[in-house]
Design a protein around this ligand. Structure first.
Ligand SMILES: [Zn+2]
Length: 329
Protein backbone atom coordinates (compact mmCIF):
# COMPACT_ATOMS: atom_id res chain seq x y z
CA UNK A 1 0.00 0.00 0.00
CA UNK A 2 1.31 3.45 -0.87
CA UNK A 3 1.39 6.16 1.72
CA UNK A 4 0.25 9.54 0.48
CA UNK A 5 1.85 12.61 1.97
CA UNK A 6 0.46 16.09 1.41
CA UNK A 7 2.59 17.94 -1.08
CA UNK A 8 4.39 20.91 0.45
CA UNK A 9 3.33 24.30 -0.84
CA UNK A 10 6.06 25.78 -2.99
CA UNK A 11 6.05 29.45 -3.84
CA UNK A 12 7.37 29.93 -7.34
CA UNK A 13 8.55 33.22 -8.69
CA UNK A 14 6.92 34.03 -12.02
CA UNK A 15 9.08 32.78 -14.89
CA UNK A 16 9.80 36.28 -16.18
CA UNK A 17 11.33 37.27 -12.84
CA UNK A 18 13.74 34.30 -12.94
CA UNK A 19 15.37 35.58 -16.10
CA UNK A 20 17.50 33.52 -18.48
CA UNK A 21 19.04 30.19 -17.42
CA UNK A 22 22.76 30.17 -16.50
CA UNK A 23 23.79 28.79 -19.96
CA UNK A 24 21.67 31.47 -21.68
CA UNK A 25 23.42 34.14 -19.61
CA UNK A 26 26.87 32.58 -20.11
CA UNK A 27 26.54 32.43 -23.89
CA UNK A 28 26.28 36.21 -24.01
CA UNK A 29 29.99 36.42 -23.12
CA UNK A 30 30.68 35.07 -26.65
CA UNK A 31 30.73 38.20 -28.80
CA UNK A 32 31.88 39.32 -32.24
CA UNK A 33 34.11 41.96 -30.64
CA UNK A 34 35.89 39.36 -28.48
CA UNK A 35 36.36 37.00 -31.44
CA UNK A 36 37.91 39.77 -33.56
CA UNK A 37 40.10 41.04 -30.70
CA UNK A 38 41.50 37.53 -30.12
CA UNK A 39 42.03 36.86 -33.84
CA UNK A 40 43.91 40.19 -34.12
CA UNK A 41 46.26 39.14 -31.29
CA UNK A 42 46.93 35.59 -32.54
CA UNK A 43 47.26 36.49 -36.24
CA UNK A 44 49.24 39.71 -35.65
CA UNK A 45 52.30 40.24 -37.89
CA UNK A 46 54.47 40.05 -34.74
CA UNK A 47 53.64 36.32 -34.46
CA UNK A 48 55.36 35.78 -37.85
CA UNK A 49 52.97 33.05 -38.91
CA UNK A 50 53.35 30.80 -35.80
CA UNK A 51 55.74 28.32 -37.44
CA UNK A 52 56.77 25.01 -35.79
CA UNK A 53 58.90 25.78 -33.78
CA UNK A 54 59.16 29.59 -33.49
CA UNK A 55 59.07 32.45 -30.95
CA UNK A 56 55.69 33.50 -32.41
CA UNK A 57 54.23 30.04 -31.69
CA UNK A 58 55.56 30.25 -28.11
CA UNK A 59 54.04 33.73 -27.69
CA UNK A 60 50.70 32.44 -28.94
CA UNK A 61 50.85 29.46 -26.56
CA UNK A 62 51.71 31.80 -23.67
CA UNK A 63 48.72 34.01 -24.56
CA UNK A 64 46.35 31.01 -24.63
CA UNK A 65 47.72 29.71 -21.29
CA UNK A 66 47.41 33.16 -19.69
CA UNK A 67 43.77 33.36 -20.78
CA UNK A 68 43.08 29.87 -19.37
CA UNK A 69 44.66 31.00 -16.08
CA UNK A 70 42.75 34.30 -16.00
CA UNK A 71 39.48 32.42 -16.54
CA UNK A 72 40.23 30.13 -13.59
CA UNK A 73 40.70 26.90 -15.59
CA UNK A 74 42.96 24.20 -14.13
CA UNK A 75 46.24 23.32 -15.87
CA UNK A 76 45.96 19.97 -17.71
CA UNK A 77 49.34 19.84 -19.44
CA UNK A 78 52.44 18.23 -17.95
CA UNK A 79 54.39 18.98 -14.74
CA UNK A 80 51.39 20.83 -13.26
CA UNK A 81 51.33 23.43 -16.03
CA UNK A 82 49.24 24.23 -19.10
CA UNK A 83 51.91 23.05 -21.59
CA UNK A 84 52.67 19.64 -23.04
CA UNK A 85 55.90 19.86 -25.05
CA UNK A 86 57.12 17.48 -27.72
CA UNK A 87 60.01 17.25 -30.16
CA UNK A 88 59.77 18.08 -33.85
CA UNK A 89 62.22 18.20 -36.75
CA UNK A 90 63.07 21.58 -38.32
CA UNK A 91 63.77 21.23 -42.00
CA UNK A 92 64.66 23.28 -45.06
CA UNK A 93 61.39 23.75 -46.94
CA UNK A 94 62.91 23.46 -50.43
CA UNK A 95 65.00 20.32 -49.93
CA UNK A 96 63.28 18.59 -47.02
CA UNK A 97 66.67 18.22 -45.31
CA UNK A 98 66.42 18.06 -41.53
CA UNK A 99 68.13 21.11 -39.94
CA UNK A 100 67.73 20.38 -36.25
CA UNK A 101 65.31 19.26 -33.57
CA UNK A 102 63.03 21.72 -31.83
CA UNK A 103 60.18 21.66 -29.33
CA UNK A 104 56.62 22.87 -29.67
CA UNK A 105 53.80 23.18 -27.11
CA UNK A 106 50.28 21.84 -26.86
CA UNK A 107 48.29 24.05 -24.45
CA UNK A 108 45.73 22.20 -22.30
CA UNK A 109 43.28 23.28 -19.57
CA UNK A 110 40.30 21.73 -17.87
CA UNK A 111 37.11 22.81 -16.18
CA UNK A 112 35.86 20.24 -13.70
CA UNK A 113 32.28 19.05 -14.09
CA UNK A 114 29.66 19.36 -11.34
CA UNK A 115 28.53 15.71 -11.17
CA UNK A 116 30.54 13.57 -8.71
CA UNK A 117 30.50 10.59 -11.11
CA UNK A 118 30.30 12.12 -14.60
CA UNK A 119 33.07 14.65 -13.87
CA UNK A 120 35.58 11.85 -14.47
CA UNK A 121 34.64 12.03 -18.16
CA UNK A 122 35.63 14.80 -20.58
CA UNK A 123 34.23 16.61 -23.58
CA UNK A 124 37.22 17.97 -25.55
CA UNK A 125 37.19 21.16 -27.60
CA UNK A 126 40.24 21.48 -29.88
CA UNK A 127 41.71 24.15 -32.19
CA UNK A 128 45.32 24.20 -33.42
CA UNK A 129 47.49 27.23 -32.62
CA UNK A 130 50.27 26.81 -35.22
CA UNK A 131 50.46 27.96 -38.83
CA UNK A 132 53.01 27.86 -41.67
CA UNK A 133 55.35 30.76 -40.80
CA UNK A 134 56.68 33.15 -43.43
CA UNK A 135 57.10 32.91 -47.22
CA UNK A 136 60.33 34.87 -47.85
CA UNK A 137 60.53 36.91 -51.03
CA UNK A 138 56.89 37.93 -51.24
CA UNK A 139 55.95 41.61 -50.75
CA UNK A 140 53.93 40.60 -47.66
CA UNK A 141 55.84 37.57 -46.43
CA UNK A 142 53.86 36.81 -43.26
CA UNK A 143 51.26 34.06 -43.39
CA UNK A 144 48.98 35.45 -40.67
CA UNK A 145 46.71 32.42 -40.54
CA UNK A 146 43.76 34.49 -39.31
CA UNK A 147 41.19 31.97 -40.47
CA UNK A 148 43.67 29.04 -40.25
CA UNK A 149 43.44 28.86 -37.33
CA UNK A 150 43.35 32.02 -35.20
CA UNK A 151 39.59 31.82 -35.79
CA UNK A 152 39.42 28.39 -34.13
CA UNK A 153 41.64 29.41 -31.21
CA UNK A 154 39.52 32.53 -30.66
CA UNK A 155 36.51 30.21 -30.58
CA UNK A 156 38.26 27.92 -28.08
CA UNK A 157 38.98 30.88 -25.76
CA UNK A 158 35.44 32.24 -26.09
CA UNK A 159 34.13 28.79 -25.13
CA UNK A 160 36.49 28.71 -22.13
CA UNK A 161 35.17 32.11 -21.08
CA UNK A 162 31.52 31.09 -21.46
CA UNK A 163 31.92 27.83 -19.51
CA UNK A 164 33.65 29.82 -16.72
CA UNK A 165 30.57 32.01 -16.13
CA UNK A 166 28.55 31.43 -12.93
CA UNK A 167 26.32 28.35 -13.16
CA UNK A 168 27.53 27.36 -16.63
CA UNK A 169 29.61 24.33 -15.63
CA UNK A 170 28.01 21.11 -16.95
CA UNK A 171 28.05 17.66 -15.34
CA UNK A 172 31.03 16.25 -17.27
CA UNK A 173 34.38 18.02 -17.29
CA UNK A 174 35.50 20.06 -20.30
CA UNK A 175 39.04 19.82 -21.71
CA UNK A 176 40.33 22.71 -23.83
CA UNK A 177 43.13 21.56 -26.16
CA UNK A 178 45.21 23.87 -28.39
CA UNK A 179 47.64 21.57 -30.28
CA UNK A 180 50.75 22.65 -32.20
CA UNK A 181 52.20 21.18 -35.41
CA UNK A 182 48.82 20.49 -37.02
CA UNK A 183 50.29 21.98 -40.18
CA UNK A 184 53.12 19.40 -40.03
CA UNK A 185 50.73 16.46 -40.18
CA UNK A 186 48.47 16.67 -37.10
CA UNK A 187 51.51 16.03 -34.87
CA UNK A 188 50.30 17.82 -31.72
CA UNK A 189 47.01 15.97 -31.49
CA UNK A 190 48.81 12.70 -32.39
CA UNK A 191 51.21 13.33 -29.50
CA UNK A 192 48.29 14.11 -27.19
CA UNK A 193 46.39 10.90 -27.94
CA UNK A 194 49.60 8.84 -27.50
CA UNK A 195 50.48 10.71 -24.27
CA UNK A 196 47.09 11.81 -22.95
CA UNK A 197 47.08 14.01 -19.84
CA UNK A 198 43.66 12.62 -18.84
CA UNK A 199 42.71 8.95 -19.42
CA UNK A 200 41.91 8.59 -23.12
CA UNK A 201 39.06 6.19 -22.32
CA UNK A 202 37.36 8.95 -20.32
CA UNK A 203 37.19 11.32 -23.30
CA UNK A 204 33.64 11.03 -24.64
CA UNK A 205 33.87 13.37 -27.65
CA UNK A 206 36.08 15.81 -29.53
CA UNK A 207 34.62 18.98 -31.03
CA UNK A 208 37.30 20.36 -33.36
CA UNK A 209 37.40 23.82 -34.96
CA UNK A 210 39.62 24.75 -37.94
CA UNK A 211 38.90 27.69 -40.30
CA UNK A 212 35.60 28.89 -38.84
CA UNK A 213 35.64 32.61 -39.60
CA UNK A 214 34.90 32.99 -43.33
CA UNK A 215 32.51 32.03 -46.14
CA UNK A 216 28.79 31.40 -45.46
CA UNK A 217 27.21 33.59 -42.75
CA UNK A 218 24.41 31.09 -42.06
CA UNK A 219 25.85 27.58 -42.27
CA UNK A 220 28.86 25.49 -41.30
CA UNK A 221 30.23 22.13 -42.37
CA UNK A 222 29.92 19.59 -39.57
CA UNK A 223 31.98 16.51 -40.40
CA UNK A 224 31.08 13.37 -38.49
CA UNK A 225 27.33 14.10 -38.48
CA UNK A 226 26.49 10.62 -39.72
CA UNK A 227 29.11 8.68 -37.77
CA UNK A 228 27.81 8.96 -34.22
CA UNK A 229 24.80 10.13 -32.25
CA UNK A 230 26.63 13.44 -31.81
CA UNK A 231 24.94 14.31 -35.12
CA UNK A 232 21.51 13.85 -33.57
CA UNK A 233 22.51 15.93 -30.54
CA UNK A 234 23.80 18.69 -32.83
CA UNK A 235 20.53 18.75 -34.80
CA UNK A 236 18.47 18.97 -31.58
CA UNK A 237 20.62 21.81 -30.24
CA UNK A 238 20.41 23.63 -33.58
CA UNK A 239 16.61 23.30 -33.60
CA UNK A 240 16.43 24.62 -30.03
CA UNK A 241 18.38 27.76 -30.99
CA UNK A 242 16.88 29.27 -34.15
CA UNK A 243 18.04 32.70 -32.93
CA UNK A 244 21.60 31.70 -33.86
CA UNK A 245 20.72 31.35 -37.57
CA UNK A 246 23.40 28.71 -38.06
CA UNK A 247 22.72 25.46 -39.95
CA UNK A 248 25.16 22.52 -39.86
CA UNK A 249 25.62 20.97 -43.31
CA UNK A 250 27.41 17.92 -44.69
CA UNK A 251 30.78 17.91 -46.46
CA UNK A 252 30.79 19.98 -49.68
CA UNK A 253 34.16 18.83 -51.00
CA UNK A 254 34.53 15.04 -50.42
CA UNK A 255 37.45 15.02 -52.90
CA UNK A 256 39.41 17.25 -50.48
CA UNK A 257 39.31 14.48 -47.85
CA UNK A 258 39.13 17.08 -45.06
CA UNK A 259 38.13 14.38 -42.56
CA UNK A 260 41.80 13.34 -42.51
CA UNK A 261 43.17 16.91 -42.43
CA UNK A 262 42.61 18.28 -38.95
CA UNK A 263 43.12 17.23 -35.34
CA UNK A 264 39.76 15.48 -34.77
CA UNK A 265 41.10 12.64 -36.95
CA UNK A 266 43.50 11.52 -34.21
CA UNK A 267 40.59 11.23 -31.77
CA UNK A 268 38.42 9.36 -34.30
CA UNK A 269 41.15 6.81 -35.04
CA UNK A 270 41.34 6.16 -31.28
CA UNK A 271 37.62 5.39 -31.27
CA UNK A 272 36.40 8.69 -29.82
CA UNK A 273 33.30 10.18 -31.53
CA UNK A 274 34.00 13.56 -33.14
CA UNK A 275 32.41 16.53 -34.82
CA UNK A 276 34.61 18.76 -36.96
CA UNK A 277 33.41 22.29 -37.69
CA UNK A 278 34.83 24.30 -40.59
CA UNK A 279 33.57 26.99 -42.92
CA UNK A 280 35.96 25.64 -45.55
CA UNK A 281 38.86 27.05 -47.50
CA UNK A 282 39.09 30.11 -49.78
CA UNK A 283 41.55 31.86 -52.11
CA UNK A 284 43.54 33.19 -49.10
CA UNK A 285 44.12 29.68 -47.67
CA UNK A 286 47.82 29.24 -46.70
CA UNK A 287 48.66 32.68 -48.15
CA UNK A 288 49.85 35.94 -46.56
CA UNK A 289 46.41 37.37 -47.43
CA UNK A 290 44.70 35.22 -44.73
CA UNK A 291 44.44 38.44 -42.68
CA UNK A 292 42.42 39.32 -39.54
CA UNK A 293 40.39 41.96 -41.43
CA UNK A 294 38.73 39.24 -43.49
CA UNK A 295 37.22 37.38 -40.53
CA UNK A 296 33.45 37.67 -40.00
CA UNK A 297 33.35 37.98 -36.21
CA UNK A 298 29.58 38.29 -36.05
CA UNK A 299 29.03 35.02 -37.90
CA UNK A 300 31.75 33.26 -35.91
CA UNK A 301 30.24 34.38 -32.60
CA UNK A 302 26.90 32.77 -33.56
CA UNK A 303 28.66 29.53 -34.53
CA UNK A 304 30.66 29.45 -31.27
CA UNK A 305 27.45 30.04 -29.28
CA UNK A 306 26.00 26.96 -31.02
CA UNK A 307 29.13 24.98 -30.09
CA UNK A 308 28.74 26.11 -26.47
CA UNK A 309 25.17 24.76 -26.35
CA UNK A 310 26.35 21.59 -28.12
CA UNK A 311 29.12 20.91 -25.60
CA UNK A 312 26.76 21.67 -22.71
CA UNK A 313 24.26 19.15 -24.05
CA UNK A 314 26.88 16.41 -24.60
CA UNK A 315 28.39 17.02 -21.16
CA UNK A 316 25.00 16.84 -19.41
CA UNK A 317 23.61 13.74 -21.14
CA UNK A 318 23.28 10.63 -19.01
CA UNK A 319 25.06 8.31 -21.47
CA UNK A 320 28.17 9.03 -23.49
CA UNK A 321 28.03 9.47 -27.29
CA UNK A 322 27.98 6.29 -29.38
CA UNK A 323 29.22 5.49 -32.86
CA UNK A 324 26.48 4.66 -35.33
CA UNK A 325 28.81 3.91 -38.27
CA UNK A 326 32.43 3.03 -38.93
CA UNK A 327 32.48 4.73 -42.31
CA UNK A 328 35.25 7.10 -41.26
CA UNK A 329 37.89 4.53 -42.18
ZN1 LIG B 1 44.13 24.54 -39.89
Amino acid sequence: MRFFRLAPIVFCAPLSAQGPSPPDRAVESITAEDVLRRVAIIADDSMLGRDNPSPGLEKTAAYVASEFRRLGLSPAGENGGYMQRFGINRWVQDTGAVLSRGEVPNVIAKLEGTDPVLRREYVVYSAHIDHIGVSPGQPDSINNGADDNASGVAGLLELAEAFSQPGARPKRSILFLAPSAEERGLLGSAHFVEHPTVPLGDIVADINMDLIGRNWPDSVIALGLDQSDLGETLMKVTAAHPELQMTPIRDRWPEERIFYRSDHYNFARKGIPILFFTSGTHSDYHRPSDEPGRINGEKESRLVRLLFYLGTSIANQRSRPQWTSVRFQ
